[in-house]
Write a new protein. Sequence first.
Length: 378
Amino acid sequence: MEALKVRFDEGLELARETVEFLENTLLIDRERAAPPELSAISGFDRLHEHINSLKDILCLFSNGHFECKLSQSGVTAGYIKALQSNIRHLTWQCHRVAAGDLRQRVDFMGELSNTFNRMIESLAEKNRIIEQKQEELAALAQDLRLEIKRKEEIESALRVSEAAYREKALRDSLTGLYNRGYFFEAVSREMENLKNRPDASFCLLLIDIDHFKNYNDTFGHLLGDQAIKTVTSAVGQALRKSDILARYGGEEFVVFLDQTSLVMGLAIAERIRGQVESQPNPAGPGAPPLTISVGLCCVENRLFQQGGSGAHLLAKALAQADAALYKAKNNGRNQVRFSVGLEALLPDFPCPRSPRSSSGPAGHRLRTRRETEAHLFN
């Protein structure tokens, strides 16, 4: 009896040590080897290894590693495998949500499922609002683009209209040539530029249709307008692209010939005169040919330093061309008369020696303005 009691007490002590060891296995992080007396118990080492394996799996789960494979079987292992499967599926659903799929729902994890589903529904509502705002912004952007395009079209039309009105204001309505105002502005500006060119020279032509008042009285104003257009076309055909032709007023025209010497200017003026004379008369075959008188003024480069502003120089040159035109008309019309324009700016200047005078140094003398005019126009 006593021996049985001793064995029973020893068994209780061994059971107490077993429970204490297994409890420490679950509570203590590090692994401990089983004492020999416990290892001697049948199946103890297998149980000890099983508990350590489950503890390692749970440790991995707690660190977010759910990819490990669980080799154990049984109810406890089944629960852990189910938890692992649910968490891995939830992770996949989170990836789908991150990719924009807001249809995901969870129904297998209790309160976590409810929280997840509410989060997805909230995200879906916010996404719907964002999409609605994006559609509204896209519509506003389209309206804005249309409004910008409409304003650009209006501005373009206004620019075209403004340019057309500006051009119309600069043009003569009958001939389409530049008018007198534009001619003065453009040529005055050009003369300011010529001051800085040492080789600058230009010619001005004043053109008048001969006997135009009689033409109007004889054939009427409609044919008179046609005659002006005929002369306009003929003069334009005889000019260069760089020349500026304008209607000066009534039956008069003015031409600016840039970089043109007296000889070149006379050739161009004569070409214009011949071109006009060769045109058919709008009044018909029996009518006399249209003719013009041309007054030419040529201004050479040395005068630009003494002629004042471009507008002043232009006015002086036009006065000289007008004087030359007056001579052409008085001498029978249908001809070209010229002035070199010097007397417009200088009261006296050197001229070639006159056979009747040898006074002055080197066989030259200073001619007066009146003498020069007589020399040039007679």
